[in-house]
Design a protein around this ligand. Structure first.
Ligand code: 3JN
Length: 337
């Protein structure tokens, strides 16, 4: 099997770390790993297949000989460096929002729209974590019953913000237990024992940017006709985003048929037996690849209404795994040479 030179940009970040781990765990055919990060992190190293690999600076010239560059270094770095990486010969899979809504850039969840990859021009965008897990669950329902409207509330883990936010939750817990004042630096309010209806910045329409990502990305990936009404909430969970999703479809369904459909759909694990207390939680999803679905029930207050609870590891399916699956799909579709 052909092997590839793979760069990970933002290698020292929480998602970069997960990307390198995912490449190794899935046995992605890597001939050479090129971990790239900001100048301040040059000299550090990452662990890959039992060896230490030195971090180099992510800059012009760093992508020579690179076949695929997976970016998770923030939107500003992606805007500047992704076109440079493409000019130097790499295909870019970008985890930031920088390129997602560019009409020339495929926005891909491999279980949902792998065919969009065929039109790529060098840059491929990885959707927002909250969009990915929602669409893995909605795709089979949309194909069978045509989703018209979605009302979604998210319960998002602090790891979505990054390493500093993970540390903030731990520090607030330690301060609380020690009887010391709890300090908030990363988030505008205390996150410990709290739920903040605020992820990313507020926009003029009253929604947050995170919420509008779910609206716009769903239209681009699944169907422009689907209306999404979102509320994104940060909760005091380290890892794993949960979503309460209310769906209205055009065609009628039975809950049993939807359960059966989801059970045989790719990337999904149904955990739905409330009588035995079986339902997915963030801790169940931690470190796992699947998108977990439970609490399936009809919503009798609207025609063809369905409620479901969808949980996935935001650092894996929400970021690193989806990006690596995109690279795997590029190989499968003979788009990576
Ligand atoms: O907060 C989360 O749970 C997910 C965060 C995603 C995120 C954080 C900072 C910048 C993104 C993203 O992937 O949409 C971005 C961004 O690239 O805009």
């Amino acid at each position: 099997m052909k092997e590839y030179t793979v760069a990970v940009v933002g290698a020292m970040g929480a998602v970069g770390h997960e990307m390198i781990k995912t490449l190794e765990q899935r046995g992605f055919p890597v001939s050479r790993l090129v971990p790239l990060d900001v100048a301040a992190n040059v000299g550090k190293s990452v662990r890959f297949k039992g060896a230490d690999v030195a971090v180099a600076e992510a800059k012009e010239g760093a992508f020579t000989g690179v076949d695929v560059a997976i970016f998770s270094a923030g939107g500003d770095a992606s805007l500047v460096l992704a076109p440079i990486a493409v000019a130097e010969g790499a295909i870019v899979v970008d985890n930031s929002s920088a390129w997602r809504m560019d009409p020339g850039v495929p926005l891909v969840v491999p279980e949902v729209n792998p065919e969009a990859l065929d039109a790529h021009k060098g840059i491929i965008a990885n959707p927002n974590c909250s969009t990915i897990q929602m669409l893995v669950a909605l795709k089979p329902i949309h194909d069978a019953y045509k989703v018209q409207r979605v009302v979604v509330s998210t319960y998002q883990a602090v790891s979505g913000t990054g390493g500093k936010a993970i540390a903030e939750l731990t520090n607030q817990a330690k301060a609380f237990v020690a009887g010391n004042p709890v300090e908030a630096k990363v988030y505008p309010r205390q996150i410990l024992f709290n739920a903040l209806p605020h992820i990313d910045v507020f926009l003029d329409n009253g929604y947050t940017k995170e919420e509008m990502k779910m609206v716009n990305e769903t239209k681009k990936i699944l169907d422009p006709a689907i209306e999404v009404s979102p509320t994104a909430v940060r909760v005091a969970v380290y890892r794993g985003h949960s979503e309460s999703i209310n769906v209205q479809t055009e065609k009628p369904f039975t809950v049993a048929a939807v359960r059966e459909l989801l059970e045989r759909s790719p990337g999904i694990k149904v955990m739905d037996d409330p009588s035995k207390l079986v339902y997915p939680t963030a801790l169940d999803a931690d470190g796992r690849d699947e998108t977990f679905v439970g609490r399936l029930r009809a919503d009798p207050t609207v025609p063809n209404g369905l409620n479901l609870w969808v949980v996935s590891d935001n650092l894996r399916k929400g970021a690193a795994l989806n990006a690596v699956q995109i690279a795997e799909t590029l190989i499968a579709r003979k788009l990576l040479r």
